[in-house]
Design a protein around this ligand. Sequence first.
Ligand SMILES: Nc1nc2c(ncn2[C@@H]2O[C@H](COP(=O)(O)OP(=O)(O)OP(=O)(O)O)[C@@H](O)[C@H]2O)c(=O)[nH]1
Ligand SMILES: [Mg+2]
Length: 223
Amino acid sequence: MSPIEPTVFYYLKIVIRKRKNTVAFVNLKKKEVQVKIVYYGPGRGGKTSNLEFIYNRIRHQMKNDLVTIKTHGDRTLFFDFLPLNIGTIKGYSIRTQLYTVPGQVKYNATRRLVLRGVDGVVFVADSMTVRREKNIASLKNLEENLAAYQKDLYKIPLVLQYNKRDLGKKGVPLLSVEDLENDLNAKLKAPSFAASAMTGHAVATTLKKAIQITMVSLKRTLM
Ligand SMILES: Nc1nc2c(ncn2[C@@H]2O[C@H](COP(=O)(O)OP(=O)(O)OP(=O)(O)O)[C@@H](O)[C@H]2O)c(=O)[nH]1
Ligand SMILES: [Mg+2]
């Protein structure tokens, strides 16, 4: 992954200052700040692929492995987990924890559990026309599961990713970005990116934006 922009470090500094006394996020013993970002979205939309791409780009500098628990095929059974060390500020190491949820409808209890303590969300929508209803249902499900933690879809730091754009060239019918915006983002007006977790297009951009807006929001909450 390319280096995080300086603005993000600026916000991180503020978060550390404000969070020094809040044990939930800052581990004073370990001198560590944790930020939790969850990749959410319909089954087979490409959440795990996003984390795999990020992991493969940075594995040479990683101490930790991508933890991924899959079912028989390539479906996520519980979650994937990728801890990212994104730097040290004033002696505190900043750890971004990336999680994916299992997208299959039947795993809702697990999805809800993974959302506990979430700071920011990346919603990975599937651009394939046949997945239109699944995207809409999954976003609604996200809203419900956040509500269980008294969190509001309209207030939580959220980035939308319109994944699988590469399939257009292969003749697979895709929803246009405009259609996806209308379906999912008309009211939310969250930052959104057309991407491909297969080629890696906009995968890092999506993550950087998610980290950035999460930091801005944490700063606001704590001030
Ligand atoms: N062509 C293409 N295929 C993709 C892309 N992203 C994911 N895939 C494929 O879509 C399938 C599902 O991807 P996953 O990353 O496992 O999807 P997921 O969202 O984690 O699915 P669940 O774990 O079931 O929720 C895999 O076969 C991926 O290779 C993409 O951008 N382009
Ligand atoms: Mg998965």
